[in-house]
Design a protein around this ligand. Structure first.
Ligand code: NDP
Length: 408
């Protein structure tokens, strides 16, 4: 209701949310093969976010307790200045891979000399994206040698602006359209042509800062010590891949939740982000926290190829309603929000980890799902949850014993 009053939802969307409407069997059947039923996940709202000077409510779909609470908490910490988020999106990368190339320089020179024809062919392969102001922007060339077999590959990177679509199908259609021309120019058969999910040409950077004296802090550490510990933890995630994987998993807690809520492709985003985390030759944490003067500053840069149209987004009414809720119409606006969510999620995790640890807050939020797991129903769920929160140990055995006592 509040969301409708604030014009973040129309009547249809409100009815859709209130009635928890499933997609129609036709839509479900159109999306996947061998469809038998639908699988639901809870959706919640992350609050307190101010991104690029705009207040923003962020729908998140996740099965994990504490994710939304942590994001909202972190957003509040940075609410004075909010998050600044900026995209640097040139386009998606489509690869055409030529194997077993004997004279790579000659092949590249030939392709370079025919770039104008390649661009014209690309435009003919997908005229509607050109009409929208997108399409093939430029071409990069890479030579890659396999030291084991001695084989040399020449790979073309077609940088394609897909506007507000994530663009996988657009890119693949253009690549297929251009492939015969590449074959005739090089007299070679490409090994394959497919988009790359390591989309370094679609990056977004989010930053935030807070005065160290304003850090909420219930720990035994001083505020400055807490900030220094956050910086040290961030630095450590650059050094140790074992820690970096978990550091980045925490970031993805928030990112995936918004990706799913908006009908985007979480596998594509995950693949791109983890490849980006390894771009320096070692898998590293994606954030950077520093102290300057009396401020704690955070920054994250991520490759994010997202859509506000196309794929499942245009089919799922829920995804469209969630984009409306965020008041987002363009893909770059969505990327800006998602990068800020990732940074907020990381701050919440680091702050908890270097002070009281995450388990206290996490387990307290886990109590209600544990109550359901052991069979509590109706009012029992709330009673058991409350008892579990104050218990010395929270596990299945304890929960079962408590439930038995409630039922006596
Ligand atoms: P679509 O094939 O649905 O293409 C989007 C279409 O939306 C465009 O062709 C365009 O058609 C239309 N459109 C309307 N408004 C706009 C706008 N403002 N900007 C751009 N396009 C607009 O989806 P994508 O090409 O985005 O592909 C995404 C899907 O591909 C996802 O489902 C993903 O899971 C899947 N996929 C992912 C792969 C990967 O990541 N490796 C591989 C293969 C598929 P028109 O101009 O004609 O109106």
């Amino acid at each position: 209701m509040i969301l409708k009053e604030q014009h973040l939802m129309d009547d249809t969307e409100l009815a859709y949310f209130e009635n928890n409407t499933q997609m129609t069997p036709e839509v479900a059947d159109a999306l996947i093969e061998n469809q038998i039923t639908q699988f639901t996940l809870p959706e919640g709202l992350a609050l307190n976010f101010k991104i690029n000077q705009r207040d923003c409510i962020i729908p998140m779909v996740t099965e994990e307790p504490s994710v939304i609470a942590a994001a909202s908490h972190a957003a509040k910490v940075f609410s004075e200045e909010g998050f600044t988020s900026k995209t640097n999106i040139i386009g998606m990368i489509g690869q055409i891979i030529l194997p077993d190339v004997c004279q790579p320089e000659e092949i590249i020179d030939k392709l370079k000399a025919n770039e104008e024809t390649i661009k014209q062919t690309a435009a003919l392969a997908h005229p509607s994206i050109v009409k929208r102001g997108g399409g093939l922007q430029n071409i990069d060339y890479r030579t890659i040698s396999d030291s084991e077999t001695g084989m040399v590959f020449v790979t073309l990177h077609l940088i394609i602006d897909t506007k507000d679509a994530m663009g996988a199908n657009i890119v693949n259609t253009i690549l297929e359209g251009v492939k015969p021309l590449i074959e005739s120019l090089t007299m070679m058969t490409p090994l394959m042509s497919i988009l790359s999910n390591f989309n370094t040409t679609s990056c977004v950077t989010a930053t935030c800062q807070v005065k160290i004296e304003k850090l909420p802090n219930k720990s035994a550490f001083s505020n400055l010590e807490l900030a220094e510990r956050i910086v040290a933890a961030d630095r450590y995630a650059k050094l140790d891949p074992y820690r970096a994987a978990t550091h980045n998993k925490g970031i993805m807690n928030g990112i995936d939740a918004v990706i799913i809520a908006t009908g985007n492709d979480p596998r594509a985003v995950e693949a791109g982000i983890h490849a980006y985390a390894s771009r320096n030759g070692q898998y590293q944490g994606l954030t950077s926290w520093t102290i300057k003067d009396d401020m704690l500053k955070g920054e994250i840069t991520l490759p994010l190829a997202l859509g506000t149209v196309g794929g499942a987004i245009s089919v799922l009414p829920h995804a469209k309603a969630n984009l409306n809720l965020m008041q987002v119409t363009h893909a770059d606006e969505l990327a800006e929000i998602i990068a800020a969510v990732g940074l907020a999620q990381n701050f919440a995790a680091l702050k908890a980890l270097v002070s009281e640890g995450i388990q206290k807050g996490h387990m307290s939020l886990h109590a209600s799902s544990l109550a359901i797991q052991v069979g509590a129903v109706g009012e029992e769920i709330e009673r058991l949850t409350e008892q579990l929160k104050t218990a010395e140990k929270m596990n299945r055995q304890v929960a079962l014993e408590m439930l038995a006592r409630i039922r006596k």
